[in-house]
Design a binder for this molecule. Sequence first.
Ligand code: UDP
Length: 479
Amino acid sequence: MDAPKPPMVVMLPSPGMGHLIPMVEFAKRIPLHQNLHITFLIPNEGPPSKAQITVLQSLPKSITHTFLPPVSFSDLPPTTKTETLISLTVLRSLPSLRQTIHSLSVSHTITALLVDHFATDAFDLADQFNLPKFIFFPSTAMSVSLFLYLPQLDQEILGEYVDLTEPVKIPGCVPLHGKDLQDPFMDRKDECYKTFYRNANRFIEAEGIINNSFLELEPGPIKELQKQEPGKVKPVLYPIGPLVNRDVTQTGPNGSECLKWLDNQPVGSVVFVSFGSGGTLSSNQTIELALGLEKSEHRFLWVVRSPNDNLANASYFNAETDSDPFDFLPKGFLERTKGRGLVVSSWAPQAQVLAHGSTGGFLTHCGWNSVLESVVNGVPLIVWPLYAEQKMNAVILTEDIKVGLRPNFNENGLVERQKIASVVKCLMEGEEGKKLRDKMKDLKEAAAKTLGENGTSTNLISKLALKWSNSNNISNVSN
Ligand code: UDP
């Protein structure tokens, strides 16, 4: 009889640092007992970015990765939305993915195919090779609920979600205005909504959904998702969060400059300003933000990107732009704020910045990884959602768990400099800011507990590792 093949988990993140980083953090925490191997297969629309390489290099040698051949988008109209492109990257990678999975299954028994929420097209391959299907959901439990609830919502609501006069009530979640739903919901006729729906519709096929959230942060949706309903089969929810990058050695571009500068600032005095890996502001908004930070008279560390007047996620596929973002700052701004403010181009070691004692507040686009990085460090927020599910996250943060302040946009879609200055002051000096800080401290403690020995996150990850180490009942065969 042949020797049994060692078990392997195949992880498939769709493009975007916000998808890759938490999946990598999850992989790092899986105890690799009983011969369990893990490999990442990375679909891309171009060569790997510096940021992707830095993150993948942080993996221990026992966890491997392969960049799949880049797909081409040359046939697509330039107006194609990011979510469509993300999902299409996976769809167009299926032939190379099929080949790779086939080769891997010669030497291993694949005990799980773990895909993220925009990569469920790969479930076709899971069916072909008899692979157990799992979803890794890097955002909120509220968003998991929305994905699972969407087939019903889509039938019940006939017009556009943005025109609804009543809030949408997702089971277990804080009610939401249609305009605060994820970007793809803004136009149901667009391919983007159809892509979203196609992925959501396949959630039910998964054996389990691994979600980067935790009970104390989102009790409503998590309790609802974990409810057993007689006669109804639904994926098991594993709330394994908050998993964030805490590797202090992995600083990447501008790393030492930012951290050295922070070392010289007073404790809790700096507002970190960053719009994630892909967020971009318009030229006018970039100027307002600069002048607002200047007017606030507080210390700041700002990751600035070259503006884009049309797209809030223009840097999604690659944070590095050709033009120099410093050229778009108001005249004299850098000189006037020298010493009190540090501005870096495109990228900062965000996880380390948020863990640094000098950081006292975070102006964020509300990407979920950014939020979790703030939570584990107890840093309160100014919420400035830009794209994807960030408006939903902003609602959770300001109306449900109350750890952030949300500045208003004016009729031209701008947050004005006065507003920016006052919201920064309110967070850093005011009574309201203190309340948010206290709430964040409670969440920080709860996060440490769930991640600690015998904490919920640790126990659930061990349970999954044990399940995936057992290849007895699985044989991968392609037809
Ligand atoms: N990030 C970083 N430096 C930057 C911008 C982003 O290290 O200058 C990291 C950040 O710490 C987070 C991820 O990139 O882990 C961004 O994920 P998030 O979900 O917050 O937003 P997204 O980029 O997906 O919109």
